[in-house]
Design a protein around this ligand. Structure first.
Ligand SMILES: Cc1cc2nc3c(=O)[nH]c(=O)nc-3n(C[C@H](O)[C@H](O)[C@H](O)COP(=O)(O)O)c2cc1C
Length: 173
């Protein structure tokens, strides 16, 4: 495979300018309990049989095969004061083992048994609808079976390689 390193670094720089919200994809079931921080959570449709969303998870993360075996996951959209939780589930807080991540976070099991993180601004409990392994990432589409909303609607953002919060812009003159 020919890798154009300049194209790759320009792609990474370009995408770093797209501020995204931060979520933790969690899963529990016969494959075990796992969770990882993702910025790839995307709404797909509100108008199918059920609403649907997708997440892209690296093929070397144990979370993707666990979600595919458990056939369910929860997408926990983090609230703007939950940077520590993001770092914890990104393996940046010295909690490489996935079981240890759940010992250091407050969570409850949702109706499908999937871990819902306390304080998340929204938690989408999903059954796996379909998935594709594209190059290095599993693109996993979830059928949303339930949504839990917190009192605080402000989501944590990540852009230009740092955590951010959304600010309201005044209307143009
Ligand atoms: C803000 C942020 C967003 C991330 N988004 C993704 C993502 O969308 N998909 C992904 O596979 N990893 C993403 N990562 C990296 C993972 O959280 C994690 O660090 C890496 O996959 C190692 O996974 P493991 O600890 O499960 O082995 C992100 C990390 C951070 C801090």
């Amino acid at each position: 495979m020919i890798i154009d390193t300049d194209l790759r670094s320009r792609f990474l720089e370009g995408m770093s300018r797209a501020a995204t919200f931060v979520a933790v994809a969690t899963t529990d079931g016969e494959a075990g309990r796992y969770g990882v921080t993702i910025s790839s959570l995307t709404s797909v449709s509100a108008d199918g049989d059920h609403p649907s969303l997708l997440a892209c998870i690296h093929h070397l993360s144990p979370v993707a095969p666990a979600i595919l075996r458990n056939r369910a996951f929860c997408a926990n959209l983090l609230q703007e004061d939950q940077q520590q939780l993001s770092d914890l589930f990104a393996g940046r807080a010295g909690a490489g083992e996935h079981a240890a991540r759940f010992e250091r976070a407050d969570w409850i099991a949702g109706e499908l048994g999937q871990p819902m993180l306390t304080g998340a601004t929204a938690a989408f409990e999903c059954r796996v609808a379909t998935s594709v392994l594209w190059e290095t990432h599993h693109i996993i589409v979830g059928r949303v079976m339930g949504v839990k909303l917190s009192e605080s609607p402000a989501a944590l953002l990540y852009g230009q390689r740092a955590y951010r919060r959304a600010v309201h812009l005044p209307a143009p003159e």
